[in-house]
Design a protein around this ligand. Structure first.
Ligand code: 7TS
Length: 419
């Protein structure tokens, strides 16, 4: 039965064909030990079309953007701005001017905290986050809170790793000016009810910021359907290069915000007495941008679009379900988070008597890359009463055989520690 389902989904996504697109998957980690990469939630591997798009830029069209009249600069500008158009379509932004290039998701949060936060918030105002956030969606608000006497509140989660929505009415009030929450938890994998949370926030007059770092790479995302005011994600988790991420914002909100950083490219006119800002999106993009990286992200978007995000999501649900079942057979292993139906492609777990770092080190000997630690979500671990977990994360190239090897390797690790 499972083989049939596997076959069907494999056909839908053609996992073997996908694997051939990722050169790194052919590597051996140690002599005779092939790589099993189960750490895509930290950073995904890159398929050839992405590597080649960046290579092509450096070999054939390398020049600065937005400034030269010369041919190369025009070509570079077209490639870089063309990528922005495709990224906007990928998340269904109404307008590509609402898509701001940043360095990563983290910078997108900081941009909003500095520019929107420092302009609009006063002492006593509240920002609501959740207890399952990545530090990128915690620390910038704490820094703002300290400076402006703003209060940061958090919505707790239930023992199954879903948000405690019963507490929302007490926490989301007229005092709340921003509700910033993750669409998918990077530890539990919980898929949160984004639209419902956005609607609840808007009802009390709060803006919303969605952390889509673990959702844009894995499932269809439609910012207009969600109705969110801001959204952040990183290229490197979605087959694209490091060094580039996206802040989406509704046009009228971005237009009312002051620049984040000053310099070249973000101005229309400068005199020694003062400056006039450029229009969106350039107002928020000071200095020479990450050009090759923008082009690489455009290629990643093309690659994922070609696969179809519905198919990507369906395959990940299948492989995650398979992994949750396989891992639940391992004695003394405890998986955090909800059932496969409500989660993205991550499985964080603990094994009684075995430290997550020891687990990761032993798996590495078998070529298996997982992450161990707090995954930049210390408050989440704190609420669970633990310091760290081991996390396997899955993507479009993960096979059932790789999951089986993970389980085998875990059983071997337990034997070594006489568990
Ligand atoms: N938000 C979420 C939900 C994340 O998972 C991450 C990165 C970020 C924000 C920050 O992304 P960055 O590209 O700006 O660093 N998460 C992880 C992780 O789970 N393991 O390594 C990085």
């Amino acid at each position: 039965m499972l083989d049939n389902v596997n076959g069907l989904l494999n056909k839908m996504l053609d996992v073997n064909k996908i694997r051939a697109d990722f050169p790194i998957l052919k590597n051996e980690v140690y002599p005779g030990v092939p790589l099993i990469y189960l750490d895509s939630a930290a950073s995904s591997q890159k398929p050839l079309p992405v590597i080649e798009a960046m290579n092509h830029y450096y070999r054939h069209t390398n020049a600065n953007v937005h400034r030269g009249i010369h041919r190369l600069s025009e070509e570079a500008t077209n490639a870089y701005e063309g990528a922005r158009e495709r990224i906007a379509r990928f998340i269904n932004a109404a307008d590509s001017a609402e898509v701001i290039y940043t360095r990563n998701a983290t910078e997108a949060f900081n941009l909003v905290a500095y520019s929107w936060g420092r302009t609009n918030l006063q002492a006593g105002d509240e920002i609501l986050i959740t207890a399952m956030e990545h530090h990128a969606n915690i620390v910038p608000w704490q820094m703002l809170a300290e400076e402006r006497e703003v209060v940061v509140r958090h919505l707790p989660f239930l023992p199954d790793g879903t948000l405690d929505l019963d507490q929302l009415p007490q926490l989301l009030t007229e005092k709340t000016k921003l509700f910033s929450f993750t669409a998918v938890s990077n530890v539990f994998g919980t898929v949160n009810p984004v639209k419902k949370l956005v609607e609840a926030a808007h009802k009390v007059g709060a803006l919303t910021m969605v952390d889509a770092a673990q959702s844009v790479p894995h499932m269809p995302v439609d910012v207009q359907a969600w109705g969110c005011d801001f959204l952040a994600f990183s290229s490197h988790k979605m087959c694209g290069p490091t060094g580039i991420g996206i802040l989406y914002g509704k046009r009228h909100i971005l237009e009312a915000m002051p620049p984040f950083m000053g310099g070249g490219d973000m101005i229309r006119r400068v005199t020694l007495e003062g400056s006039i800002w450029a229009d969106l999106p350039h107002k928020f993009e000071a200095g020479t941008p990450s050009i090759a990286e923008g082009i690489g992200l455009g290629a990643a978007v093309d690659y994922l679009t070609e696969l179809g995000m519905e198919n990507v999501h369906a395959y990940e649900q299948f492989i995650t379900n398979y992994a949750l079942e396989a891992l639940s057979e391992v004695d003394k292993l405890k998986i955090l988070g909800p059932s496969a139906a409500q989660r993205g492609g991550v499985a964080s777990f603990t094994i009684k008597g075995l430290h997550p770092h020891d687990i990761a080190e032993l798996l590495d000997k078998d070529g298996i890359a997982i992450r161990a630690g707090h995954h930049c979500a210390m408050p989440l671990h704190h609420q669970c009463g633990i310091n760290s977990t081991a996390r396997a994360s899955f993507y479009i190239h993960t096979t059932t055989e790789e999951v089986d090897k993970l389980v085998e390797s875990l059983n071997r690790a337990k034997k070594i520690f006489r568990l």
